[in-house]
Design a protein around this ligand. Structure first.
Ligand code: C2E
Ligand code: CA
Ligand code: CA
Ligand code: CA
Length: 278
């Protein structure tokens, strides 16, 4: 009995150690986290380049994990997608983002990231309609951010879903633009309103020969196609100034504001000189 006791003790000691060094998130954790309402949203403002007023915010999910503390989406979105749990989680994200932004007094928009898997569930249109109806947020104030990979997956199924969502009045943005491999004419066959230039191009802009030329080309393309263009990951004044002089209308990044919890966003907007919305 004594031996067994000692063996048990060392087993636990080892397990505890493993937990500290590499806690592995499991599907059951995510399921429990959703049920226990451990997920939270942060909001990162997006600014008008000319007068630095806040036009909208991007909702970004985090997990207030009981053991790990604050966990970023990079650590759980992939597993949530593979397990299908992104469907209920994504529904919660849409509802919460719409409700939070509708409840504050400023006329700003909100962008929500949509995972490719949410298109496969067959419920996305319904989920978006319900989030708008329940929150009372005008459809024109909601934007969905979708990466190119979604479109490559299953274009003929996704196109009509996007068209129906757009016909509600919701805006559609291509996230991480330039990182995928789809052709421009192909992208053009989807009803997008906005191109979001990937952060990598913004950082290359100041450090690499030709970096600025690429950003410039994307901006010209947006203009020619009548699409809005936003630059993400703007971290320095130099990047900001280049984007402003290249007539990029909208910017987002640590230089101007980090993602913040809803109560801080309220204070941030109250303090901002002008927040007249879109
Ligand atoms: P993303 O959609 O490209 O989001 C932008 C990421 O860049 C965010 O990281 C944001 O915090 C970070 N960021 C913003 N400004 C700067 C900057 O100036 N410099 C740098 N270095 N980073 C900046 P986060 O919140 O960790 O999200 C990572 C990714 O996780 C997102 O990339 C998105 O793909 C995914 N994600 C986040 N929230 C959601 C969500 O609610 N639903 C889904 N499906 N995916 C989400
Ligand atoms: Ca995004
Ligand atoms: Ca992005
Ligand atoms: Ca990204």
């Amino acid at each position: 009995a004594r031996r067994a006791g000692r063996a048990t003790y060392s087993f636990f000691a080892e397990e505890m150690n493993a937990r500290i060094t590499s806690y592995r998130i499991r599907i059951d954790d995510i399921r429990r986290g959703i049920a226990n309402q451990e997920f939270v949203l942060e909001y990162q403002p997006r600014f008008d380049t000319h007068d630095r007023r806040v036009l909208s915010v991007e909702a970004l999910v985090r997990w207030l994990h009981p053991e790990k503390g604050l966990v970023g989406p990079g650590e759980f979105i992939d597993l949530a997608e593979r397990s299908g749990l992104i469907i209920p989680l994504g529904e919660w994200i849409l509802n919460t983002a719409c409700r939070t932004i509708a409840a504050q007094p400023h006329d700003i928009g909100v962008s929500v990231n949509i995972s490719p898997v949410q298109f496969r569930g067959g419920t996305l249109l319904d989920t978006v309609e319900k989030a708008l109806a329940r929150s009372g947020l005008a459809a024109e104030r909601l934007e969905l951010e979708i990466t190119e990979s979604v479109l490559l997956d299953n274009p003929d199924e996704i196109r009509p879903i996007l068209q129906r969502i757009k016909s509600l009045g919701v805006r559609l943005a291509i996230d991480d633009f330039g990182t995928g491999h789809s052709s421009l004419s192909y992208l053009r066959s989807f009803p997008f309103d906005v191109i979001k230039i990937d952060r990598q191009f913004i950082s290359d802009m100041v450090v690499q020969d030709g970096g600025r030329a690429i950003v410039h080309a994307i901006l010209s393309l947006g203009k020619a196609l009548g699409l809005g263009v936003i630059a993400e990951g703007v971290e320095t004044e130099q990047q900001f100034e280049m984007l402003a002089s290249d007539e990029c209308k909208e910017v987002q990044g640590f230089l101007l504001a980090r993602p913040m919890p809803a109560p801080d966003l309220g204070k941030f907007l109250d303090r901002s000189p002008i927040v007249s919305g879109r």
